[in-house]
Design a protein around this ligand. Sequence first.
Ligand SMILES: Nc1ncnc2c1ncn2[C@@H]1O[C@H](COP(=O)(O)OP(=O)(O)OP(=O)(O)O)[C@@H](O)[C@H]1O
Ligand SMILES: Nc1ccn([C@H]2C[C@H](O)[C@@H](COP(=O)(O)O)O2)c(=O)n1
Length: 239
Amino acid sequence: MGHGELRGVVALDGPSGTGKSSAARRLAAALGARYLDTGAMYRAIALAVLRAGVDPEDAERVAEVARAAALEQGDDPERSTTVLDGADVGAEIRGPEVTLAVSPVSAVPQVRELLVARQRAIIAAALAEAGGIVVEGRDIGTVVAPDAGLKVYLTADAQARAQRRARQDSASGRASTVDATLADVRRRDAYDSTRAVSPLRPAADAVELDTTSLDLKGVLAALVDLVERRGLRVVAVGG
Ligand SMILES: Nc1ncnc2c1ncn2[C@@H]1O[C@H](COP(=O)(O)OP(=O)(O)OP(=O)(O)O)[C@@H](O)[C@H]1O
Ligand SMILES: Nc1ccn([C@H]2C[C@H](O)[C@@H](COP(=O)(O)O)O2)c(=O)n1
């Protein structure tokens, strides 16, 4: 068992742009835990589908590509890596082509089955090695880790989320407008929450946290408070 302060699994779910990745990474780093970005795994499979020249809506061929892809998702909160077929694709999976393809790809039941099994294996290894892990996505509290010690469902106004995403795009040199980003955010929310398998929704026992008027420091403070109230934070003894 490692010396992190978090014991067990924290599940962070919610729609696109609510701050799951930013908050999960910071929480894991603050509590000496591992961090798993499950969206990056779906994005990597979407990239493999595009590279193979397969239509993201062709479920059968998408499942074949997913089975053949060699995917390694890291769980270090200081440096979250996504390696596809031997190369780091961390930047490429954030591009607009992958963002457009990822919703249909992630709706394919065989893709979900494959990735959920891998996510559970990563979580089990992290618990054994570090004692705690923060996992973020769309179905963590409902499907991947239904026994998580804390489940948080992040929300924020679509307008605020689009503004955040447009700022992020412009900081990374990608041209986008708030209107176009808002349309994309709404498209993905609709697709992700209406698909047949594991649709985006809060777990019955999730705590909802609206981040619209919170900055990232405020979100982190609220999460640490929830972790402490659940008794999931242990203070390491000795050095
Ligand atoms: N509370 C906040 N206040 C201001 N900016 C924020 C806040 N939360 C996140 N952001 C910014 O919004 C952008 C999107 O955040 P992030 O990637 O963490 O969201 P996400 O929920 O993981 O989105 P996705 O599901 O689409 O990957 C980032 O640029 C991040 O810095
Ligand atoms: N557990 C998950 C994580 C992600 N997805 C899908 C739905 C998202 O639109 C897409 C990309 O995720 P993001 O990187 O934006 O968090 O992947 C999912 O279905 N289940």
